[in-house]
Design a protein around this ligand. Structure first.
Ligand SMILES: C[S@@+](CC[C@H](N)C(=O)[O-])C[C@H]1O[C@@H](n2cnc3c(N)ncnc32)[C@H](O)[C@@H]1O
Length: 261
């Protein structure tokens, strides 16, 4: 599993938080007793669930010790149960009333079968809400793949690439509809305006260093990382030119929400 750096991830927290807000705005649960956030990351979004449902028991599960350490530090009131675990091995037992999983299932191969099993376990009236990026054909990801494949350590890097780790919105709709009476699936392309102040050398690089590049950086030593990042910077400059208002990075995301029964 990739190592995570909460500080790097937090560079663009406003832009990363918005899809979560858009996702949970479509969850109609009024007073759930228990809520689980799978792949809770560094914690602020899980904490926002506790603010929305103050009576609920909220559990945040993540595989990264660094992300969980940050989450525990943010949760000064100790409101959330933080647990280290692999989403792929998680069992909804006892089943929560709401399952939320934001920007995580793209890291979990075979997640459709997991969703099916979670939906089977969900009680009638329970909610499932997920969001995954749908940008694996975007210039940022194409460039990462090209630079990795041309690298002298391509054999190692290619193993860390994830080609198409998510399904189409239609496929998620089909999976949810098999168990849920109410299904709500949509996609949005956010035109992310990165670094309007012009403070970063390559804001697109800073963005992908927080997420998509994690497994590749894990493979390289420090000097290899430097050269790899320098080449990506050049390629990103050409693909995402700076405008007067910042660097525009379109980012497609896929959302799926279902209510059981
Ligand atoms: C992009 S972050 C999203 C974090 C948070 N949900 C958010 O929206 O800010 C992805 C998170 O998924 C976690 N993750 C990836 N694969 C996982 C797995 N198999 N089991 C548990 N957590 C996983 C990572 O550790 C990371 O914290």
């Amino acid at each position: 599993m990739a190592t995570w750096d909460p500080q790097q991830y937090e560079h663009f927290s406003d832009l990363r938080n918005r899809p979560f807000a858009d996702l949970v705005a479509r969850v109609g649960a009024e007073a759930p007793k228990s809520v689980v956030d799978l792949g809770c990351g560094n914690g602020p979004l899980t904490i926002s669930l506790a603010q929305r449902w103050p009576e609920a028991t909220i559990t945040g599960i993540d595989s990264s010790p660094a992300m969980l350490e940050r989450a525990r530090a943010l949760d000064a009131a100790g409101r959330i149960r933080w647990e280290q675990g692999d989403v792929a091995a998680w069992q909804p037992s006892p089943a929560p009333d709401v399952i939320v999983t934001n920007a995580t299932l793209q890291w979990v191969p075979g997640h459709v079968a997991l969703i099916e099993s979670w939906l089977r376990a969900l009680p009638a009236g329970g909610w499932f809400a997920m969001q995954v990026p749908g940008n694996f054909d975007a210039p940022s990801h194409r460039i990462i793949r090209e630079v990795a494949r041309a690298h002298r350590r391509a054999d190692d890097l290619v193993g860390a690439l994830r080609e198409a780790p998510v399904e189409t919105p239609e496929r998620y709709a089909e999976v949810l509809a098999a168990a849920c009476g109410h299904v709500d699936v949509w996609e949005t392309t956010y035109l992310q305006i990165l670094d309007p102040q012009g403070a970063q050398r390559s804001p697109v690089l800073e963005w992908v260093k927080g997420t998509a590049l994690r497994p590749l950086l894990d493979v390289l030593n420090e000097s290899e990382q430097e050269a790899f990042l320098a080449e990506l910077t050049q390629r990103f400059d050409a693909a995402y030119p700076r405008a007067s208002y910042g660097v525009a990075m379109p980012f497609r995301r896929i959302f799926a929400v279902g209510r059981k029964g």
